[in-house]
Design a protein around this ligand. Structure first.
Ligand SMILES: [Zn+2]
Length: 194
C-alpha cells in the first residue's frame, strides 16, 4: 500500500487532534501472518504471498504505528520520500514505521482480504498456497483525486480504481461492513449496521 492507507495510536505532539472516535487498540508496530512472505508480483512490483493455505476469517495483516493528524501527515509527505500511512477517521491517520512488509500489499478488484477492524485485514475467502494476498484499495481510500490504473485481471476488474469507488452500489453490497472506518463514515447509519 502506498500513500493514503494506514492505521495508528493516539495522536500526539503539537497540533494533534483530540480524538474520541471508534479507533482503539492499534498496535505500535505492524504484524503479518507468519505464512505470508514478500515476492515479486505479476500485479505490480512486489506483493505478499501465502506460503500455506489460510482459512476465511483468519487475521492476515495488522497495521501499527503512530497516529497523526492530516496536517502532520502532509508535513511527513513533504519531508519524506516514502510514507506508509492509513486514514483511520476524520483527521486521524496511522503512520507505519519505516518500510514494513505490510506496505507491499497489492490491490485487486476481487481481493481475498478485507477489513475486520480499523487496523486488521482478514481473509475474505480461503487463500491457497502461493496465492497473492490482495485488498481493494477503494475500501480504505476516499481521496477524490486518487486514481490508479488496474490490471489485476479479475473478472470484475474496474480498470481504474479511484478514491470515489466507495460510492459504487455494487461495491457497498459486496464488502458490506468490511470497509475501513475512514470510508464507513460516509455511509448512512442504516448501512453501517449491515
Ligand atoms: Zn482490477
Amino acid at each position: 500500500m502506498s500513500r493514503g492507507v494506514v492505521v495508528a495510536t493516539r495522536p500526539d505532539g503539537p497540533g494533534a487532534p483530540a480524538y474520541h472516535g471508534p479507533v482503539h487498540g492499534i498496535r505500535s508496530a505492524p504484524w503479518l501472518h507468519p505464512d505470508i512472505e514478500v515476492r515479486s508480483s505479476a500485479i505490480a512490483g512486489q506483493g505478499l504471498f501465502a506460503l500455506a493455505p489460510i482459512e476465511p476469517g483468519v487475521t492476515v495483516a495488522s497495521f501499527g504505528g503512530r497516529l497523526v493528524s492530516d496536517d502532520q501527515l502532509l508535513a511527513l509527505f513533504e519531508s519524506s520520500e516514502y510514507v506508509d500511512s492509513l486514514s483511520l477517521d476524520k483527521d486521524l491517520n496511522l503512520v507505519m514505521p519505516g518500510r514494513s512488509p505490510n506496505g507491499y500489499g497489492n490491490h485487486s478488484c476481487d481481493p481475498n482480504l478485507w477489513w475486520e477492524d480499523p487496523a486488521l485485514l482478514i481473509a475474505r475467502r480461503r487463500i491457497m498456497r502461493d496465492e497473492e494476498v490482495t485488498v481493494d484499495y477503494a475500501t480504505f481510500t476516499d481521496d477524490p483525486e486518487y486514481a490508479m490504473e488496474c490490471t489485476c485481471q479479475s473478472s470484475v476488474c474496474r480498470e481504474t480504481v479511484t478514491g470515489r469507488d466507495w460510492e459504487r452500489a455494487e461495491l457497498r453490497l459486496r464488502y458490506r461492513a468490511h470497509w475501513s472506518p475512514a470510508i464507513r463514515r460516509h455511509f448512512s447509519s442504516a448501512e453501517r449496521r449491515t
